[in-house]
Write a protein that binds this ligand. Sequence first.
Ligand code: FAD
Length: 290
Amino acid sequence: MFDPSTAKQTYDVIIIGGGINGASVARDAALRGLSTIVIEKNDFASGSSSWSTRLVHGGLRYLEYFEFPLVREALHDREILLRNAPHLVNPLLLTIPIYGDRSRPYWKIWAGMCLYDVFSFDKTVPEHRMLPRRKFKQLFRAIEGDGLNGGAQYYDAQASLAERLCWENLRAAIDAGGVALNYTRVTELHRDGDRITGVSCCDELDGQTFEVYGHEKTIVINTAGPWVDRVCATAKMNGKPAPIGTRKMGGTKGSHIVVSPFPGAPDSALYVEAKSDGRPFLSCLGSVNT
Ligand SMILES: Cc1cc2nc3c(=O)[nH]c(=O)nc-3n(C[C@H](O)[C@H](O)[C@H](O)COP(=O)(O)OP(=O)(O)OC[C@H]3O[C@@H](n4cnc5c(N)ncnc54)[C@H](O)[C@@H]3O)c2cc1C
């Protein structure tokens, strides 16, 4: 809800979007002593951050594209989250069945597992292990055995309550003097050449409009997730539309199917490639909070 005093001050950092990225940036900025405001049009974490699979992972598949620095950074961050938020981020055992007729042969998955271990040399979760075919069949009796060569098991992590992780970042930002507004939409970016100097906002609950201003060194950070381009398109200079940059968001799509527990269901997460078209899918055991 809008507090008139919010608009009367200027901020060092203005963050648009209160998902996990906006919340984390807000925490980091506020803890560094910067005056920070984060503005969210809906509930905090109501966007992609609440619709993700909630894995806290190092990006195993990026190894195929030789994105080693990215994987190392993500594995390092995974470890930080496991240590800093053990009440929210838990180790997750994943199993990959390896079939002879799929795109990734046994040796490639083994090599990926070894690299994943090397890049997470400072981890607290166990290293990977390869499962020969017979061992795999013992552990996963219900999994299709035709063409099976074995499997690989490794650890990543999962934040089952991802919204709470987001909120705890915001709480830390607020405790450090930051301001967090929800149900407040950024309707316009005020552009002056290459700089954004402030934003116009609308309180989604009562329709009240107001401005949030920066100063000459203010940084405005667009963490609007899939809406990043829409926010960029609201920029105006001298009252005239002056959208920023070209399209940045390509978009990605995934589906989550929730089923009741059934006999023979695997008791660890499985990462499998569909036989029909090679699309990856993840099967996870978990509880659903309604
Ligand atoms: C199917 C799927 C599964 C995924 N699984 C994983 C996973 O397992 N692990 C993982 O790490 N990542 C996963 N991701 C990616 C992850 O969800 C995103 O990278 C992450 O949630 C992005 O967070 P964000 O804060 O940038 O965006 P969001 O969470 O979308 O937050 C952006 C916020 O901006 C707000 N906003 C938009 N416009 C305005 C405006 N004008 N004014 C004010 N606020 C505005 C929105 O309401 C929204 O809350 C997955 C993504 C998909 C699609």
